[in-house]
Write a protein that binds this ligand. Structure first.
Ligand SMILES: *Cc1c(COP(=O)(O)O)cnc(C)c1O
Length: 406
């Protein structure tokens, strides 16, 4: 316990307390497993919020990182580099979009999409001023001041104003509300096909399809934030595909960096992406050769290991198994592919003590929004590896963890 204690104390003493992590100190990872400083093994069922779809230290991705680190790592966009072109070419070929704009984190990519939509509105749609973007209650699009401006979560906003105007927040899953809210200043609808951070909230069947139709009718851009749901997580390359929808702007991040490096991007066709001209947008690190090399390896692994299809098969099976536990504490098991939320009943108490109990049994998960436990292991996970942890999950869900308030 000595090393654990020392690390926890250092974090407590020197870090900003903007997180409330589980008391486990990880030192090593491989595939679906991680080990703590005392060399105890855990199954990682969070995958860094879906940034580790390919698993920890996938050999091909790590090799790409190493090889590129030995050549050149950063050029800035003041010059070309020999990795960005092939990376964006691959990304466009795979996704069917004409152009890609590389950034680093998800939050920056969302910002980029917002800027693209606004400028498209002024230059192409003929909106004169005060462009509006429709978003949804429960959304999570990142932590910049603009992104929290349209969050419906008080904790994310309190004390951080003044906020960026130009957003309308509507109920998630309600297309009628969108149709009623669209006006001549509306340039875009920004949506998560499944709301991950809100607690793996799956909208009603047909929501995204109807939303896409409304957007088309009114010449409004549909922007899908697939930073968490994309790149195989829900059983297709993009979750939008489940409804046959091709968003006008696609936002990707997290697993695009293969769990080793931050890589994000927006994808769109030329008639939208052409709003960006030299000097209008940028990023010192965006499109750097290290990111591009890692991004290419990360995409290759998803495609060549057939991870989307695997996530669909194994996710459906696992969700069925979780449901068949019939644990009295559980209200609902929901999700798609390997993005699964176990919603606890009110009387079962908050999800946190369940996560702690799972941790003590070698399973790492994290509560999201009080009452939901998110299960989202790396997509490379095998049937057998999930089978092995089911008894422990069952045991924990059967126990009393409702703790009295103190
Ligand atoms: C994680 C996430 C973001 C923000 O990504 P960062 O890399 O943390 O900035 C944005 N949107 C969604 C849907 C996410 O899951």
């Amino acid at each position: 316990m000595k090393w654990t204690q020392q690390n926890l104390e250092e974090a407590e003493r020197y870090s900003a307390h903007n997180y409330h992590p589980l008391p486990v100190v990880l030192a090593r990872g491989e595939g679906v497993y991680v080990w703590d400083v005392e060399n105890r093994r855990y199954l990682d069922m969070l995958s860094a919020y879906s940034a580790l779809n390919q698993g920890h230290r996938h050999p091909r991705i790590v090799q790409a990182l190493r090889d590129q680190a030995d050549r050149i790592t950063l050029t800035s966009r003041a010059f070309h580099n020999d990795r960005m072109g092939p990376f964006l070419h691959m990304l466009c070929d795979l996704t069917g979009y004409e152009r890609a704009l590389p950034m680093n984190t998800g939050a920056e990519a969302v910002e980029t999409a917002i800027k693209a939509a606004r400028k498209w509105g002024y230059h192409h749609k003929g909106v004169h001023r005060d462009a509006e973007i429709i978003v949804f209650e429960g959304n999570f699009h990142g932590r910049t001041t603009t992104e929290i401006s349209f969050s419906s979560e008080p904790l994310y906003r309190e004390g951080f104003g003044p906020f960026t105007p130009g957003f309308r927040i509507l109920p998630y899953g309600n297309v009628g509300a969108v149709a009623a809210a669209i006006n001549e200043r509306t340039v875009a609808v920004l949506v998560e096909p499944i709301q991950g951070e809100a607690g793996v909230v799956v909208p009603p069947e047909g929501f995204l399809r109807s939303l896409a139709l409304r957007c088309k009718e009114h010449n409004v851009l549909l922007i899908a934030d697939e930073i968490q749901t994309g790149l195989g997580r829900t059983g297709k390359l993009f979750c939008s595909e489940w409804e046959g929808v091709r968003p006008d702007i696609m936002i990707v991040g997290k697993a695009l960096g293969g769990g080793v490096y931050p890589v994000s991007a927006i994808l769109a066709d030329h008639h939208i992406m052409s709003v960006f001209t030299p000097g209008t947008h940028g990023s010192t690190f965006g499109g750097n050769p290290l990111a591009a090399a890692v991004g290419m390896a990360a995409l290759s692994v998803i495609v060549e290991e057939n991870l989307a299809h695997h996530a669909h098969e194994i996710g459906s099976w696992f969700m069925g198994r979780l449901r068949s536990l019939h644990a009295p504490a559980v209200e609902q098991v929901r999700g798609r592919g390997l993005l699964i939320g176990v919603v606890l009943k009110k009387e079962a108490g908050p999800a946190r003590p369940y996560c702690e109990a799972l941790m003590h049994r070698g399973i790492l998960v994290k509560e999201t929004h009080e009452r939901v436990i998110r299960f989202a292991p790396p997509l490379i996970i095998k049937h057998q590896q999930l089978e092995e942890v089911l008894p422990a999950i069952h045991e924990v869900l059967l126990q009393e963890h409702a703790v009295p308030a103190h």
